[in-house]
Design a protein around this ligand. Structure first.
Ligand code: ADP
Length: 293
């Protein structure tokens, strides 16, 4: 279990990126969901010991992660948001190089580890190809292979599915789910489906604050009977926005469909819908903006 307690961080320019963040993250996939600028990367980099918080603590199974950074880095694997690769080097050669950096110096052992990881992420057949020829999805799977070097107990992946096509995204998420069977995996994302499809637990974060944490299903059930749907003429959208809590606006076949949060039917013409995680997410963001205003 990863325990984050009262983590705060203000950057030199005055931006408060984390405000008293506390979270418990058990073994398995944990989704950290939030819009751009929410503080996700700051949190991930802090857990990865790449930057210091102003205050707060992080522990993994009772062990203080910020106290001994070298020891912590041996326990964790990290796939940063901007994961650069050397385009002219083959996947096999670069993974071998990363393995040396991770301290796997014995040749035979390294060879076995590199092979096992390339097979696990399904890149074994293309291991000789230069990384510059890889698709986005292949590069991200390579990123996971390097994050898994040294058998980490904690794996951190920052916005890994942005820019992947649906098939690559699926493949990538399945790979993460397999890894999540044994270790703590924190996946940061602004894509709601990443969490719906994959994460037994999650937190929603905005403006450096945790708005909600729990099991996606339970948070969705809490909205049962409170989400309403209606097709509206484009010109009237603004009126609905002013009068109701509009969760989302979707164009479906050229028509504008809105979801509204309300304890009772907001007006004639609205139909009750089964809520989903997107409703939960937008509902929390709306509540947060309303509170902040
Ligand atoms: P996310 O990953 O959710 O998009 P970030 O952690 O990258 O959020 O950013 C949170 C806030 O902190 C944003 O307002 C961002 O502009 C700001 N920020 C991030 N990194 C820095 C930095 N090194 N210096 C100053 N401000 C930063």
């Amino acid at each position: 279990m990863l325990s984050i307690r009262h983590l705060s961080k203000t950057y030199g320019n005055g931006v408060q990126a984390l405000r008293d963040v506390s979270l418990d993250v058990p073994t398995g996939m944990f989704g950290l969901l939030g819009p751009n600028g929410a503080g996700k990367s700051t949190l991930m980099r802090t857990i990865a010991t790449l930057q210091d918080p102003d205050s707060g603590t992080i522990s993994l199974d009772g062990r203080d992660l910020l106290a001994d950074k070298t020891a912590t880095r041996r326990l964790l694997g990290y796939l940063p948001q901007e994961f650069g690769v050397y385009p002219r080097v083959s996947a096999e050669a670069l993974l071998d190089h990363f393995a040396v950096l991770k301290g796997i110096v014995a040749r035979g052992e390294r060879k076995a580890v590199v092979e096992a990881l390339l097979r696990q992420v399904n890149l074994w057949d293309v291991r000789k190809r230069k990384l510059g020829t890889y698709s986005g999805g292949m590069r991200q799977r390579f990123g996971i292979a390097q994050a898994l070097l040294g058998d980490p107990r904690l794996v951190i992946v920052d916005e890994p599915t942005a820019g992947l096509d649906p098939e690559e995204r699926n493949r990538f998420l399945n790979l993460l789910a397999e890894i999540g069977e044994k270790v703590v995996v924190i996946l940061s994302t602004h894509i709601v489906e990443d969490v719906t499809d994959l994460c037994p637990r999650m937190a929603i974060i905005a403006q450096g604050q945790v708005l909600l944490s729990g099991e996606p299903n339970a948070t969705v059930q809490a909205l049962d009977g409170r989400v309403w749907r209606r097709e509206v003429p484009k010109g009237e959208l603004e009126r609905y926005r002013q009068q109701m809590t509009v969760l989302s606006t979707r164009l479906v076949g050229g028509r504008t469909i809105i979801h509204v949060l309300s304890d009772a039917r907001p007006e004639e013409g609205f139909a009750a819908v089964d809520p989903d995680l997107e409703d939960v997410y937008f509902g929390e963001l709306r509540r947060h903006t309303a509170r902040a205003a």
